[in-house]
Design a protein around this ligand. Structure first.
Ligand SMILES: C[S@@+](CC[C@H](N)C(=O)[O-])C[C@H]1O[C@@H](n2cnc3c(N)ncnc32)[C@H](O)[C@@H]1O
Length: 268
């Protein structure tokens, strides 16, 4: 068994639900229990389920510095993983907390913090919890300014330029990855942006932030964007626009996985 998950490779035939390919087509969101909540900009719980299955063990600690509606924490709790979520907007954090607690797993810690992930000092919380590190970090930052999450200047979706977004997201990575146990993994979910007749490749830009810090790239997964209800009309319009112009309609986002390996670290 690997050091970083509970899967037994000898039983590979039994793990029908675990993805091992780099193309993920997920057409239906898991809306069960506490996941039944609409938060514009959330991801499907299956992403957290897949990554936590492959890269964590029961009892591990998972950190999500862009917690939003708490999808990662709900999934972590269900899977017997402890978790810490940081969210800038207090009201969103409190709502998530209520829903997470509604699934009531008293033996699992789900810690919710309202704060700015660029600078929140998590070490005091670690002392309180008696831990020194986390075993997985799930990054799901704003896709720069595509969705404005709040009016707060510290919100990454309010960065005025792509350079400011890079700088701020870099600060979040630095503030969090120092607590990632060596030999363990972090993942990012991110999509590109199309505006002013050109693509801003947020996927590549964010990937480079991890590579520049010496993280080892282990996976680039392409996941389809689900067709949200009531959008079929809009899709026809987008198809028409794409056909009469020179671009393709985005139907995918990326999930990338990186390993922290201090021995192999070569800062580029
Ligand atoms: C893409 S959403 C994450 C959604 C989440 N994965 C879910 O499923 O609900 C990004 C979140 O990051 C939060 N955010 C933006 N800037 C932040 C910062 N500096 N510190 C902490 N959270 C931040 C936003 O308020 C938003 O809820």
């Amino acid at each position: 068994m690997a050091k970083y998950n509970d899967l037994d490779p000898k039983k590979w035939k039994e793990y029908d639900d675990i993805y091992t390919d780099s193309l993920w087509i997920i057409n239906k969101r898991d809306n069960s229990g506490a996941h039944k909540f609409r938060y514009h900009g959330n991801f499907v719980p299956q992403i957290a389920y897949q990554l936590l299955s492959r890269y964590t063990k029961k009892g591990d600690w998972v950190l999500d510095p862009f917690m939003g509606s708490g999808t990662t924490l709900i999934e972590a709790q269900r899977m017997g993983r402890n978790s810490i979520g940081i969210e800038l907007q207090d009201i969103i954090a409190r709502e998530a907390e209520e829903r997470i607690k509604s699934e009531n797993k008293p033996d699992i810690n789900s810690i919710i913090i309202t704060g700015d992930s660029k600078k929140y000092d998590i070490s005091n919380k670690f002392k309180e919890l008696g831990i020194e590190s986390v075993q997985f970090i799930m990054y799901h930052p704003p896709y720069w300014d595509i969705i404005k999450f709040s009016d707060n200047n510290e919100d990454l979706s309010n960065c005025k330029t792509i350079d400011a977004f890079k700088e701020d997201f870099g600060k979040v990575i630095d503030n969090c990855n120092r607590f990632l146990e060596n030999g363990r993994y972090c993942g990012i979910v991110i999509g590109d942006k199309y505006a002013d007749s050109q693509i801003t490749p947020l996927g590549s830009i964010c990937m480079n932030l991890f590579l520049e810090r010496g993280l080892i790239l282990k996976a680039i997964i392409v996941k389809n964007f689900g067709n949200t209800e009531g959008k079929s009309n809009q899709q026809a319009i987008w198809r028409y626009r794409a056909m009469s112009a020179d671009y393709y309609v985005f139907k995918h986002e990326y999930i990338m996985v990186f390993k922290k390996d201090e021995k192999k670290k070569k800062v580029k």
